[in-house]
Ligand binder design. Sequence first.
Ligand code: TRP
Length: 372
Amino acid sequence: MTKMVVTPWEVSGKIDYDRLIKEFGTQKIDNKLLRRIESHAGELHFMLTRRLFFSHRDVDWLLDKYDKGEKFYLYTGRGPSGHTHIGHLVPWIFTKWLQDKFNADLYFQMTDDEKFVFNPELSLEETNKMSYENALDVIALGFDPEKTFIFSDIDYAKTLYREALKVSKKLTFSTAKAVFGFENSSNVGQIFFTSVQSVPAFLPSVKAGKNIPCLIPYAIDQDAHFRVCRDILPKLGFYKPAAIHTRFLPGLKGPESKMSASIKDSVIFTTDSAKDAKKKIMSAFSGGAASLEEHRKKGGDPDVDVACQYLYFMFEEDDEKVKEIFEGYRSGSITSGDVKKMLVDKVTRFLENHQKKRERAKKKLDKFILTD
Ligand code: TRP
């Protein structure tokens, strides 16, 4: 079996989410917390009930504060190394739900600085440009322009730099090495970078002149950054940010692969044509038996079938339908070809709609982008 690796720069192997909770020292999202979220939101997003969001830190503390009248804001981000693919949308879709339900501001960080210092192939101009391409996908999801602040690290540096300095002064090289595995050959931009990713976790508090609770939805591979961040912020007089963590959507090539733009045809980009998306889905990894005849007899495993997983985690909101599909797939009455066709339908409709909104977002960009 391949070894599990989950760091901000690499995700591979079979992911054991319970083990990550233990190793990273986070909390499992239990039913009690779900009920508490539901009592405020009026309902639960299926990404919560289906445990796509599976882990958290201090969300109970955050809701205690909320109950006492201290509203929180949201912070999330994107490393703009290329076009957005649908796996990236998972935390953003959920963040939009949180914005709506809790009427919360959102700070959205585009780490074009990070992608430049970590990726030998990318120029500063490319990552910076990609910040604004990716921002279109964020805007297309329907975030509130009055409450959503998107910024490129490079272009918002005047504001970010003075705050990042404060973080960097509390972070030693030996801690950065231990947490991120840096070596003597790592460039110093990489070593400094985590200071920048910490800033949006307290920037609104600086602006307001008082502490405001912060909730960060993120894929669990980003956790190293926020362990460091949570350690340092109290030393600077700020609250620790709360966090809520999502699993990874598998790549199209199989359950052990993260969606990665570097693996050919393993991802569906938001800019893909319906035709290309269909081609990719039809050749995706399937959990069915070796032949159709055998599948009809023995059934397949929806927990490893990529199309089933995409329907479950992202595209089929209806719990009843999901149950039907999974049971049918297990018994063999529904085939891999069937679930792929269902997914193609969903994805085609999604892409059509998203691409229209993405086009319209070009005119709205100014309303969302923070400058200094
Ligand atoms: N480093 C992240 C990435 O490479 C981008 C990011 C910045 C982020 N701030 C964040 C992601 C906050 C989640 C939450 O994708």
